[in-house]
Structure formats: structure tokens, C-alpha cells
Design a protein around this ligand. Structure first.
Ligand code: ADP
Length: 151
């Protein structure tokens, strides 16, 4: 019999991203992930760089305070190392398009190669598939109100 993967009592997933900024598209993936896992750890990748449009961990923690089973942390390193640190058995990511899929498959493959961790890909809700952090940044840059698109 193939052993159940991974063998953990609590199902913990890591949801990594730049979240630059954290959008309603990201929130949708997180909320749907919470129906699959006991805990989802949102990991804001900072790669050492300061960026004023990236949602900070403190800000996100307070915005997500109404959700049970969420943790938020910042991480400057490899995603798989963050997963090991928090004891996550899965990575959670979202897919909006074929272009996203190609990118996500590549990431999922390399992360599985590195540590054996599996990635769960959730398809975007159709009405949110056009929401991206880069779109929000561009709208903001030109003075447009983006409050409908961010948490
Ligand atoms: P990265 O910079 O690592 O690609 P992002 O912050 O852009 O991370 O996004 C994190 C994850 O959320 C990615 O898997 C991305 O495909 C997904 N995502 C972003 N926007 C949406 C959306 N509107 N619907 C579903 N998934 C999304």
C-alpha cells in the first residue's frame, strides 16, 4: 500500500507569495485553503528588499484576524526552508491562467525535487482571475482607488 502523504496529525499548509500587495484574489485562495487544511501559514517573501507596496506581516495579521487557523510570517529565504521551519506538509498556490500554470508547475516540480513537498494548486475564481498585485500597483501609481481589490 502507498503510505499516506504526509503523515501528520494536523494538516498544515504554507501559502507563499510576494503579496505585493495582498489582494482579494489572494484572500480567496487563502479562505478556500482553510477548508482543506487545519492551518495555513501565509509567508510573505521579502528577499531582503524593502518595498512600500508589499503588505507587511503586521498589517496582514490584523486584516485576517477574523479567520481561524491562519498564521502570517515574513521570510527571506527558500520557500521549502520556511515549510520545514513551520512543519508544513503542503504548499498552497493559485492558478489564474495557462501562463500561471507553466510557472506554478515549474515551482511545484523544483520544490518537490528539493524536499518531496507537494503543492496544492487551486484554480482562481473566474470573477477574480483578472486581479493581480501588478494591476493593483499600476492602478495605484496612476491615482486610482484600489480599495475594492485589496484586503
Ligand atoms: P509570487 O510573486 O510568488 O508569484 P504572488 O504574490 O503574485 O506570488 O501570488 C501568490 C500566489 O497567489 C500565486 O500562486 C499566484 O498565482 C496566486 N494568485 C495571485 N492572484 C490570484 C488571483 N486573483 N486568483 C487566484 N490566485 C492568485
Amino acid at each position: 500500500m502507498i503510505p499516506r502523504y504526509p503523515d501528520m496529525e494536523k494538516r498544515v499548509a504554507l501559502y507563499p507569495g510576494s503579496f505585493n500587495p495582498f489582494t482579494i484574489g489572494h484572500l480567496s485562495i487563502l479562505e478556500r485553503g482553510l477548508r482543506l487544511f487545519d492551518k495555513v501559514v501565509v509567508v510573505i517573501g521579502c528577499n531582503g528588499a524593502k518595498d512600500s507596496s508589499r503588505t507587511s506581516a503586521d498589517e496582514l495579521r490584523s486584516k485576517l484576524a477574523h479567520l481561524t487557523g491562519v498564521e502570517v510570517m515574513e521570510w527571506d529565504g527558500l520557500t521549502v526552508d520556511a515549510a520545514t521551519k513551520v512543519g508544513a506538509g503542503w504548499l498552497l498556490r493559485g492558478v489564474r491562467s495557462v501562463a500561471d500554470y507553466e510557472y506554478e508547475r515549474n515551482l511545484a516540480d523544483i520544490n518537490r525535487e528539493l524536499t518531496g513537498i507537494e503543492t496544492v494548486l487551486l484554480t482562481a475564481e473566474p470573477k477574480l482571475a483578472m486581479v493581480s498585485s501588478s494591476m493593483v500597483r499600476e492602478l495605484r501609481h496612476f491615482g486610482h482607488d484600489v480599495s475594492d481589490y485589496i484586503v
